[in-house]
Design a protein around this ligand. Structure first.
Ligand code: PLP
Length: 434
């Protein structure tokens, strides 16, 4: 066993890990493009972009160069009472590419905190507007929004947080209509879900401050895709009922669904949008919660108690802001969305093959994502089949990490055609070996 592994075993507590039974982690010492390299130099294709972050690939020279230059100029400064060029320029660039009047950027550190901020914004917005009875939230069954208390509350339908129910705020779940290639009953399921939502609005709509949802794709609960019309209709109904609409695009943002943001396809401008992961292209931790002008204006007034009393020590870290700005520029310089479109074409070519495979069900493709369910495999998050597959893939040089029975690929956009071919071949070999 390597020295690093010995130290890790003795001192590190890993996320989402049962240390009593799980195998040792792999020691990764280097990464480049779509590949990770372990301490023996063995290459592993990172087909899930290291928890969906590194959109342009690992160790992109332009991003690394940006960090170096920014570190020489200004590495950090507190953000209350101070500002700096990377934060200002990033805010301008982000609001330029976001739809409508999503113009006010609040910085935090990760997806969960961006959601936490959104929930607090919505709650206080309603109070500041004179509607203090709106203290609850509505969220989709199966939605996942992170691991802090508020984020867990609205993500309770993802089944990850049963243990913590007593700590949570009041959230009303509504059914989610997800779909796949060759699904003929989706219109019916959408109608049922919309009717259930209408009833929920009748019973609890007046107590709700906001609805929060992952537009087009529920990530952590198994890459469950929804149609844009369904998401739009839910959003419109919520707004008509006086709720703020929060889109959690922590996973879907920055090209994953084929457009820069999923809301571009939905054709709806949310009141608040949460972004992280791809925001900094997986290089540094940062998140933003962006609000429409109208939401921001509700916090203006003579007294501090109308203001948002929230902030984090590393709010708007200049290094992370500079990297995020450069990452946005790479979308133009490297035609990143064209690359996503190309990956989608390649992914779509696999759908028929998946449909024919005895162990694959409900194949689906959107943007850079390809997903399916393992047939005859039940359970949640860590299932026996899923774990066996993950191990097989890792042993064979592929980082594919099923979420329970849901298997998916979400590669960096720099992945080459040869690498994709390797990924598909391995994907099917692993299935055959199961
Ligand atoms: C949609 C969504 N929201 C929020 C989060 C939480 O982000 P983080 O893990 O950075 O706190 C995630 C993480 O996977 C996510 O997929």
């Amino acid at each position: 066993m390597s020295n690093i592994l010995k130290i890790d075993r003795r001192h590190i507590w890993h996320p989402f890990t049962q240390h009593a039974s799980e195998r040792d982690p792999l020691v990764i010492t280097r990464a480049k493009g779509a590949s990770l390299f372990d301490e023996d130099g063995r290459e592993i294709l990172d087909l899930i972009s290291s928890w969906w972050t590194c959109i342009h690939g690992h160790a992109h020279p332009a991003l690394i160069d940006t960090i170096g230059k920014q570190a020489e100029t200004l590495e950090h400064v507190m953000f209350a009472g101070f500002t700096h060029p990377p934060a200002a320029n990033l805010s301008k660039a982000l609001t330029d590419v976001l739809p409508g009047d999503l113009n006010r950027v609040f910085f935090s550190d990760n997806g969960s905190t961006s959601v936490e901020v959104a929930l607090k914004l919505a709650y206080q917005y309603q109070r500041n507007k004179g509607d203090p009875g709106r203290t609850e939230f509505i969220a989709f069954e199966g939605g996942y929004h992170g691991d802090t208390l508020g984020a867990m509350s609205v993500g309770r339908g993802s089944d990850f947080f049963k243990l913590f129910q007593e700590l949570m705020c009041t959230v009303h779940p509504i059914p989610y209509a997800h779909t796949w290639e060759g699904d003929n009953a989706i219109a019916e399921r959408e109608d049922d879900a919309l009717n259930a939502f209408a009833s929920r609005l009748d019973s609890d709509g007046e107590k709700a401050a906001a609805i929060i949802l992952e537009p087009l794709m529920q990530g952590a609960s198994g890459f469950r895709f929804a149609r844009p019309e369904f998401v739009r209709r839910v959003s419109e109904m919520a707004r008509e009922a006086g709720l703020l609409v929060i889109y959690d695009e922590v996973a879907t943002g920055f090209g994953r669904t084929g457009t820069l943001f999923a809301c571009d396809q939905v054709g709806f401008v949310p009141d608040i949008i949460c972004l992280s992961k791809g925001l900094t292209a997986g290089v540094l931790p940062m998140a933003v919660t962006v609000a429409r002008d109208d939401v921001f204006e509700a916090f203006l007034g003579e007294t501090f108690d109308l203001a948002l009393a929230h902030g984090h020590t590393f709010t708007a870290n200049p290094l992370a802001c500079a990297v995020a700005l450069k990452s946005l520029e790479l979308f133009h310089e490297e035609k990143a969305l064209d690359r996503v479109a190309h990956i989608e074409t390649r992914n779509r070519d696999q759908l028929a093959r998946l449909q024919d495979h005895a162990r694959a069900e409900q194949p689906r493709a959107m943007g850079c994502m390809l997903a399916f369910e393992l047939a005859e495999s039940e359970g949640h998050y860590k299932t026996q089949d899923g774990e066996r597959l993950r191990d097989w893939y890792l042993t064979n040089g592929l980082n594919i990490r099923p979420l329970g029975p849901s298997v998916y690929l979400m590669p960096p956009y720099c992945i080459t055609d040869d690498e994709l071919t390797r990924a598909y071949d391995g994907l099917f070999e692993g299935l055959d070996a199961l």
